[in-house]
Design a protein around this ligand. Structure first.
Ligand code: DGP
Length: 113
């Protein structure tokens, strides 16, 4: 989608610190990390948020979580980690291309702010 930052990163048109890529997904380090490991996992296809997921995306979702698992092992997040996806303004979603935050490397508070 034109003017979508994460479509630009997925296409390689906008620079990012990409840590993993596959047919369906791209993972890269976010700017302004809020944890020692803060990686964003996105589908290449433009979806605004999980609200736009359909049954046809089942395989893609499997890929997303397989990639998260692989990155968590690579980043040696053996103490655990958190996976978050923000939807809409109450959750503070600022980029409207579906993404999961993989956060780790420090203890997390609960409930989240
Ligand atoms: P959210 O608030 O859930 O929509 O998260 C947006 C994430 O995107 C946040 O972790 C910061 C990251 N981000 C925003 N702009 C850029 C950018 O230009 N490059 C990279 N690598 N990450 C970005």
């Amino acid at each position: 989608v034109t003017d979508c930052l994460f479509c630009g990163i997925a296409a390689g048109e906008i620079a990012a610190d990409v840590v993993r890529e596959s047919d369906g997904v791209v993972a890269f380090r976010g700017v302004n990390p809020v944890a020692p490991t803060h990686i964003l996992v996105i589908p290449r296809v433009h979806l605004a948020s999980i609200q736009e997921l359909e049954h046809e995306h089942a395989e893609l979702l499997g890929e997303v979580f397989a990639v998260i698992d692989e990155i968590a092992a690579e980043e040696t997040l053996s103490g655990g980690y958190r996976v978050v996806t923000n939807v809409g303004s109450d959750a503070g979603q600022s980029v409207h291309h579906l993404h999961w935050h993989l956060l780790g490397g420090r203890a997390m508070a609960w409930p989240p702010g």
